[in-house]
Design a protein around this ligand. Structure first.
Ligand code: SF4
Ligand code: SF4
Length: 191
């Protein structure tokens, strides 16, 4: 063996000993430094942090200020959905009064959403449905807790999705309180 090859193998052996000594020390150094950094672990579900304002969570079917529903049962949201997660059945409003003196009007205009379902087993929360909605009836909330222990409860019905009645709102069916026709609602010329 030549003299030069002997000296190179000797230096790599010394380097190996040095590395095997210092590498664990360097590793503990990382651990030690990290101990003083801000903890990013979230304590969910015990502490719930707010989502980003535009987070796509559970849907909501909105109302006009008098409580009538904004959904007109047009099914555009269902057609826009890439996951086939929405089912809508429209029906006609009527201003004729029933035996109890109540009209069968649920929204301004001709039609309303009689059946409205969103299947959260399919929904990917992409938001295409809310873009397709012509009346802004359908929007998305920031609510993300959509887990359940059975499949049936993840099919949300209209009653699960409708916005709550706020002060001044009246549970439909009832006549249009804010204008003479749906144009007043859509043009924002309500009284
Ligand atoms: S968010 Fe997307 S997947 Fe979910 S119902 Fe709307 S269009 Fe369908
Ligand atoms: S939520 Fe909007 S798009 Fe869907 S049926 Fe109702 S009005 Fe039409």
């Amino acid at each position: 063996m030549s003299e030069s090859s002997q000296s190179s193998s000797g230096s790599s052996g010394a380097k190996g000993v040095k590395e095997s000594f210092w590498d664990p020390v360097a590793g503990f150094g990382v651990t030690f430094r990290t101990m003083f950094k801000k903890v990013v672990t979230e304590q969910y579900p015990f502490e719930k942090l707010p989502t980003a304002p535009r987070f796509h969570g559970r849907h909501q079917l909105n109302r006009w200020p008098d409580g009538l529903e904004k959904c007109i049962g047009c099914e555009l949201c269902a057609w826009a959905c890439p996951a086939d997660a929405i089912y809508v059945e429209g029906a006609s409003n009527s201003d004729l009064e029933d035996a109890d003196g109540n009209s069968q009007r649920f929204s301004p205009g001709e039609r309303y959403g009689r059946v409205y379902q969103i299947n959260y087993l399919r929904c990917i929360l992409c938001g295409l449905c809310i873009e397709a909605c012509p009346t802004r009836a359908l929007t998305m909330t920031n609510e993300y807790e959509l887990a359940d222990d059975n499949r049936a409860d993840l099919i949300y019905e209209k009653s699960d999705l409708l916005a709550p009645l706020l002060p001044g709102m009246e549970q439909p069916p009832h006549p249009m309180r804010l204008g003479d026709d749906e144009g007043d609602y859509y043009r924002g010329t309500t009284r």
